[in-house]
Structure formats: structure tokens, C-alpha cells
Design a protein around this ligand. Structure first.
Ligand code: GSH
Length: 224
């Protein structure tokens, strides 16, 4: 199916979705690691609008935005297991929840991670409200789409690892087994998949990165 290249960073949770998808589909690809402090001219050429990773290059043609890339991979390499369901209503529903994850869940967690005091308490309430919605989505299911792994597991996958590191480095407690039993059970099922298990970035490196992220945001807010 041609030449596949992935522009990513070692830590991006959005890029990790694509790594998982490519590996699960058994697609050979080359990785190009970007330094976001000094973006390559190729990244700027291939993603001139957002200038972000991930970018997938397939036979020289760029595809940007992780959710778009996931769908592209699923449609292009469609002989093996499909990520998205066949039924149009189920597909639309999956896209709705993917958007909810990216626009609401992730952004509320990132905000709680870099805030302090009352602002952090308020931010935490917003995260918990979103996580309750995610918890309900998992009612009666092993994975987000049912018995088998699918598109939404790739989308919500960051919760299985990044979330606890953001909690640890942000001084907040969000997910525990009592409050979120279904997310906790899903997390275990998800992390047991070999491709997922083998692809997480180095834990200590991520902790250092998240500590720096929090310090950076707090000191810039204090400098205002
Ligand atoms: N909506 C984008 C988000 C990607 C994103 O935020 N990537 C970050 C790395 S985690 C990035 O490249 N940031 C560079 C920048 O903001 O300049 C997607 O789903 O692909």
C-alpha cells in the first residue's frame, strides 16, 4: 500500500493513537521525530494550517489531525479488523464521542493539570463531570464499542496512562476504582493489548515533561 511516514514526537498522546493504529493494522512505516521547539520545514510544509504532529504521509501526500488520520488508516487498510463500526449511526455516534474526548475531556484535564488552588478545584469538578459521562459510556461494555476493541478505544486510550501521570504531576486525584469502576476495568483490558503495552512512552520522561509543563504554566501565570 505504498510508502508511509509518521511525523510525531515521543510524547504526543495524539500521535500515539496513530502508532497504535498502524501497528494494529500491521502497516510498515517510518517514524520522523519532530522537535516542536524547532519544527522541521517538512512539518510546516505538510501541516501549514496547524503546524502540529501527528502528520501521516502516505505516498507523499499528507494527512493531518489524529482523528482524521485514524479514519484514513481505517478506510485505506480496510481488509483487516475495522476500527469504526459499519452502521452509519454507530459511526456518527463514535465520531461524536471522539470530538467530546478531544474538545472536552482532554482540554479539561490539561487545564486542571496546570491550575492551582480554587481554580484547580473548579477545573477538577469539570473533569469529574466529563469523566462521569465517559464512565456511563462504558456501561455493560468491555471496550468503548462493545466486546471488541475499536476507534473510541484509540481515541480515549490516553486515559489509560497519561491521565494518572497528569494527576501525579498536577497534584490532583481524579480516577480511582471506587469512583470510576468501569473506566478502571476498561483501562486494564486496554493495557493488556500487546501493541498498547509496548508503545507507551517512557514513564519517567513523561513525568519530567509534565512537571515542566505545569511549572512553565504556573510561572507564566504568576508573571502576568
Ligand atoms: N487536534 C490535533 C492536536 C495535535 C496536537 O495538539 N499536537 C501537539 C503535540 S501533543 C503539537 O504538535 N503541538 C505543537 C504546537 O502547538 O505548536 C490532533 O488531534 O492531531
Amino acid at each position: 500500500m505504498g510508502d508511509v511516514k509518521l511525523f510525531r514526537t515521543w510524547s504526543s498522546p495524539f500521535a500515539l493513537r496513530i502508532v497504535w493504529a498502524l501497528k494494529l493494522k500491521g502497516i510498515e512505516y517510518e517514524t520522523i521525530y519532530e522537535d516542536l521547539a524547532n519544527k522541521s520545514s517538512l512539518l510546516l510544509e505538510y501541516n501549514p494550517v496547524y503546524k502540529k504532529v501527528p502528520v501521516l504521509l502516505h505516498n507523499g501526500k499528507p494527512i493531518c489531525e489524529s482523528l482524521v488520520i485514524l479514519e484514513y488508516i481505517d478506510e485505506t487498510w480496510n481488509t483487516s479488523t475495522r476500527f469504526l463500526p459499519e452502521d452509519p449511526l454507530d459511526r456518527a455516534t463514535a465520531r461524536f464521542w471522539a470530538k467530546f474526548n478531544d474538545e472536552k475531556v482532554m482540554s479539561s484535564v490539561f487545564h486542571a493539570h496546570v491550575s492551582q488552588g480554587v481554580e484547580q478545584e473548579e477545573a477538577k469538578d469539570v473533569v469529574l463531570k466529563h469523566l462521569n459521562i465517559v464512565e456511563n459510556l462504558l456501561t455493560g461494555k468491555k471496550f468503548f464499542s462493545g466486546e471488541t476493541f475499536g476507534f473510541l478505544d484509540l481515541v480515549f486510550g490516553w486515559i489509560a496512562n497519561y491521565l494518572e501521570l497528569l494527576e501525579e504531576t498536577g497534584g490532583i486525584q481524579l480516577v480511582d476504582k471506587q469512583r470510576f469502576p468501569l473506566i478502571s476495568a476498561w483501562k486494564e483490558n486496554f493495557c493488556n493489548i500487546p501493541v498498547i503495552k509496548e508503545s507507551w512512552p517512557d514513564r519517567e520522561k513523561l513525568i519530567t515533561r509534565f512537571r515542566l509543563r505545569r511549572e512553565h504554566f504556573i510561572s507564566s501565570a504568576e508573571g502576568k
